[in-house]
Design a protein around this ligand. Structure first.
Ligand SMILES: NC(=O)c1ccc[n+]([C@@H]2O[C@H](COP(=O)([O-])OP(=O)(O)OC[C@H]3O[C@@H](n4cnc5c(N)ncnc54)[C@H](OP(=O)(O)O)[C@@H]3O)[C@@H](O)[C@H]2O)c1
Length: 189
């Protein structure tokens, strides 16, 4: 199920009648209540608003994949982080949802590569962060299903500080290359 502020909006209805066939649309609250595993993928600067709209109780006890980046485009391109230093959006999401298990993931790669990432130079590395080990195992299972067999867990949700900064590097590289078909890979040994 996919949530939107206006589940009847034309662009969403068109997508549901084509590529999104079989998926239901609802308000953020209906969608959060429906899901066993939730993905937060909204405009970063509106994430806390969206969580409020969805109703924090609807997240209780659930794993929440947080794909958001707090991008601030007010100064033009490239964006800056709207939250940085000793805080991150991932941590704010976890604080807003104390009864949920937030795992930062998917925020360091472009959405065409969320499923079955395929690059000329191999698969990139999905970096994840979160406080709950079981939740990270659940997200690891989702990632494996999505074609990401070896995610790297960088630790607690405070790791969102680095993962969100990596998004800025990813955007700058895209701007410099004039293309968005890149990802980061961890090389060891
Ligand atoms: N696009 C990518 O390749 C990519 C990759 C990795 C991570 N991300 C991150 O994923 C998130 C979503 O990105 P996106 O590309 O889909 O575009 P976006 O424009 O950042 O987000 C669109 C979503 O945000 C919601 N939204 C916008 N303004 C809102 C508000 N004032 N209150 C509540 N909800 C609001 C929209 O809801 P409505 O449907 O109601 O308008 C829609 O669900 C972002 O945080 C982005 O940084 C994106």
């Amino acid at each position: 199920m996919i949530g939107a502020r206006d589940p009847e909006k034309t662009e969403l209805r068109e997508w549901l009648s084509g590529e999104g066939a079989g998926i239901e649309a609802g308000t953020f609250a209906q969608t959060a209540a429906h899901g066993e595993l939730l993905a937060l993928a909204v405009l970063g600067t509106a994430a806390e608003q969206a969580i409020g709209d969805a109703g924090t109780d609807n997240f209780s006890g659930k794993v929440v994949i947080d794909a958001t980046n707090p991008l601030d485009f007010s100064g033009g391109f490239p964006p800056k982080l709207a939250i940085s230093g000793e805080d991150s959006l991932g941590e704010r999401v976890q604080r807003a949802l104390p009864d949920a298990k937030v795992v930062k993931a998917f925020n360091t790669i472009g959405n065409p590569y969320f499923v079955d990432p395929s690059f000329r130079d191999g698969k990139p590395t999905m970096l994840i962060a979160g406080d709950d080990e079981d939740a990270k195992r659940t997200v690891g299972d989702v990632l494996a299903d999505f074609g990401w067999p070896d995610p790297f867990d960088i630790g607690g949700i405070e790791g969102a500080r680095e993962l969100e900064a990596i998004c800025i590097a990813w955007v700058k590289i895209g701007g410099a290359r004039g293309a968005w078909d890149h990802g980061f890979k961890l090389l060891v040994g």
